[in-house]
Design a protein around this ligand. Structure first.
Ligand SMILES: NC(=O)c1ccc[n+]([C@@H]2O[C@H](COP(=O)([O-])OP(=O)(O)OC[C@H]3O[C@@H](n4cnc5c(N)ncnc54)[C@H](OP(=O)(O)O)[C@@H]3O)[C@@H](O)[C@H]2O)c1
Length: 223
C-alpha cells in the first residue's frame, strides 16, 4: 500500500507544490487547508483545519483522526509570516508566533507518534533559521522558526524510530513578502528537495538552501 503523507498549509504557495510533488511520487496525500480547498483526486484528499488555537488543532485531529492515523510522513509546512516593526513587538506577539509556528506542528507530531505510524517528519523553516542576527520586521516569526531545529534535533534523540528534519528555504517565487537580498526560488524546487528529505535517511538535520546560505553568510545583518 502507498505511504500516506500529511501536508499542512497545503493550499498555500509551497503547499500546492508539495501536494503535486508527493502525489507525483505515488504517495497518498492528506492536504490540510483552512479556507481554500484544492482539487480532490484519487491520491489527494483535502482536510479542513483551523490552527489559530491549540483547541483548533485538537479539533482538526479529532475530526480527521481515522485518516491522519494512517500517515507515516508529515510535512509541517503551515507557518505564515507576520511583519511588525521590532520596536513594537510585545510578549503577546511572541506567544502568537509560537502558536503559529510550533503548536500545530508539535501536537500533530505527538498524535502521529502516539499512533505508532510516524516514520518521517519535516518542519519548514526559512532562510535565516539557526542564525543569530538582528531583525527589523520579522523578529517574532524568526524567533519561533529558530526553535524548529531544536525541536527536530530533540525529537530525533528521544524517538529514534522516526526521522525529524528541518528544511530552510529562501524566499519563494511568487511570495508577497520577500527577503530583500535573496533571489527567489521556485516552490517546485523546494518541494522536490522536501520530498527527497522526507523519503531519505537523515534525522535531526537542518537542511539549508545552499545558494541562499552562502549569500547570507557573506553579508551583515539587514532588515
Ligand atoms: N513564502 C516564502 O517566501 C517563504 C520563504 C521561506 C520559508 N517559507 C515557509 O514556507 C511555508 C509555506 O509558506 P507559503 O508562503 O507557501 O505559505 P502561504 O502561501 O502563506 O500559505 C498559507 C497556508 O496556511 C493556511 N492557513 C492560513 N490560516 C490558517 C489557519 N488559521 N489554520 C490553518 N491553516 C491556515 C492556508 O490555508 P487556506 O489557503 O486554505 O486559507 C494556506 O494553506 C511556511 O512555513 C513559511 O514560513 C516561506
Amino acid at each position: 500500500m502507498a505511504e500516506t503523507v500529511l501536508i499542512t498549509g497545503a493550499s498555500g504557495l509551497l503547499g500546492r507544490a508539495l501536494v503535486r510533488e508527493f502525489a507525483g511520487r505515488g504517495l497518498m496525500v492528506l492536504a490540510q487547508c483552512h479556507r481554500h480547498r484544492g482539487e480532490e483526486s484519487g491520491s489527494v484528499r483535502w482536510l479542513v483545519g483551523d490552527f489559530s488555537s491549540a483547541g483548533g488543532t485538537q479539533a482538526f485531529l479529532r475530526r480527521h483522526a481515522q485518516a491522519i492515523a494512517r500517515c507515516s510522513c508529515v510535512v509541517h509546512n503551515y507557518g505564515p509570516i507576520a511583519e511588525k516593526p521590532t520596536a513594537e513587538v510585545t510578549g503577546s506577539d511572541l506567544v502568537a508566533a509560537f502558536q503559529v509556528q510550533l503548536q500545530p506542528a508539535l501536537d500533530i507530531t505527538r498524535f502521529l507518534l502516539a499512533q505508532g505510524t510516524l516514520r518521517s517528519a519535516l518542519f519548514i523553516a526559512f532562510e535565516d533559521t539557526g542564525r543569530v542576527r538582528a531583525f527589523r520586521k520579522v523578529l517574532a516569526f524568526a524567533m519561533a522558526k529558530n526553535a524548529l531545529p531544536l525541536l527536530s534535533r530533540s525529537l530525533a534523540e528521544v524517538h529514534p524510530g522516526a526521522r525529524f528534519n528541518v528544511l530552510s528555504p529562501p524566499t519563494l517565487a511568487g511570495a508577497a513578502i520577500r527577503h530583500p537580498r535573496v533571489k527567489p526560488v521556485a516552490p517546485e524546487k523546494v518541494a522536490a528537495r522536501a520530498c527527497r528529505i522526507v523519503l531519505g535517511r537523515g534525522s535531526g538535520r537542518h537542511y539549508r538552501w545552499p545558494a541562499a546560505a552562502g549569500r547570507i553568510a557573506r553579508r551583515k545583518t539587514h532588515g
